[in-house]
Write a protein that binds this ligand. Structure first.
Ligand code: PMP
Length: 361
């Protein structure tokens, strides 16, 4: 029954599909739709993938020994606290499958990441959606929504698609209120883009709160979305349960090799951050010029308020070869979510959105 009620996840339109649909050249299309890293992969990742190709006939390391060890060293945790996933979506699903049954409730916020309802309903549990506050998570209301049936709470920090973030005092107040038998999933997919001191690092709370799982990904700031590598960090007891329901070889060997190499490429991460910081400022300045408001974001994307229904503007952008993300399915019909691109991509988006809105006015 839960599955029957589900709306499937709708990914950004593929470039090839759009090119075919509107008779455009693929190389003229700008895609700012899936919060991808516009920099292209780390050259060290490409080398590592070439090396790993020699072993394509072998199964990958099902326990991800080298990658887990590198992550454990980097994060200052034990390898027994790390679970690797086929993207961090896999981590979100593993924790749900391991702990949530049809009689349970799962709490998350309005305007939060679309995979939370999917994994919840896929196991037949009841989603409890808590109204947002200023587009972000209302953690006091989320704590109040916890009942004896609650098994899991999903929190995204920063959140997609709003870019909103939770500051340290609010998170600490929340964690202190959550009963021990409720697992808190702190989804930190965009954490590497956060450059201010006010956003907590979930790892700081793992010792105090054994019911906490922090999930992270190589898809965003590390630029490996195609390869699908994410990871969860939690106390070994929870990791052990996730490991029991995990598919034996859920992260392929090219992905493991590339993730390991990128983790060591510090210059790549710094450059990803720089492009994001500058691109965010470029888009904000552009929105100001266009008279548009937006939700301040700490991610690699920004939700802009068009002040009217966004769907026709989204379609107009598509016809001009610019792919962004409508977020009406997140309860935000007047917003478009735009991923931060390279300077010329951001510029192209700003020009085209200005033109499409003027034409439609
Ligand atoms: N969490 C959030 C908040 C996200 O926005 C995304 C990507 N859209 C993910 C998790 C999953 O990313 P991946 O599976 O590529 O790690």
């Amino acid at each position: 029954p839960g599955v029957q009620k589900l709306s499937p996840y709708v990914p950004g339109k593929p470039v090839e599909e759009l090119a075919r649909e509107f008779g455009l050249r693929a190389e003229d299309i700008v895609k700012l739709a899936s919060n991808e890293n516009p920099l292209g992969p780390s050259p060290q990742a490409l080398d590592a993938i070439r090396g790993a190709c020699a072993e394509l006939t072998r199964y990958p390391d099902g326990n991800g020994f080298l990658l887990k060890q590198a992550l454990a060293e980097r994060l200052g945790v034990n390898t027994s606290m790390i679970t690797l996933g086929n993207g961090s979506n896999d981590i979100l699903e593993l924790i749900t499958r391991a702990f949530v049954s049809p009689q349970h409730e799962v709490v998350f916020s309005e305007h939060a990441f679309a995979v939370y309802p999917i994994v919840t309903q896929a196991v037949g549990a009841r989603p409890v959606v808590v109204p947002a506050r200023d587009w972000g998570h209302d953690l006091d209301a989320m704590a109040a929504a916890i009942t004896p049936a609650t098994r899991l709470v999903f929190i995204a920090n920063p959140n997609n698609p709003t870019g909103t973030w939770i500051e340290r005092p609010a998170l600490e107040r929340f964690l202190a209120k959550v009963p021990e038998n409720v697992i808190v999933v702190l989804d930190e997919a965009y954490t590497e883009y956060v450059e201010t001191g006010d956003v907590p690092n979930g790892l700081d709370y793992l010792t105090q709160y054994p019911n906490l799982l922090v999930s992270r990904t190589f898809s965003k700031a590390y630029g490996l979305a195609a390869l699908r590598v994410g990871y969860g960090i939690c106390q070994p007891a929870i990791a052990d349960a996730m490991n029991r329901v995990r598919q034996p070889f859920n992260v392929n060997s090219l992905a493991q090799a590339a993730a390991l190499a990128t983790l060591q490429d510090e210059a790549y991460l710094a450059e990803s951050r720089r492009i994001n910081r500058e691109g965010m400022a470029q888009l904000e300045a552009g929105f100001t010029s266009l008279g548009l408001t937006w939700i301040f974001s700490r991610g690699n994307f920004i939700a802009v308020d068009l002040g009217r229904e966004a769907a026709p503007v989204f379609q107009g952008l598509l016809r001009q070869g610019v792919i962004v993300r409508p977020v009406a399915n997140y309860g935000m019909p007047n917003h478009l979510r735009v991923s931060i691109g390279l300077p010329e991509e951001n510029q192209r988006f700003l020009e085209v959105v200005g033109r499409v809105m003027a034409d439609a006015a």
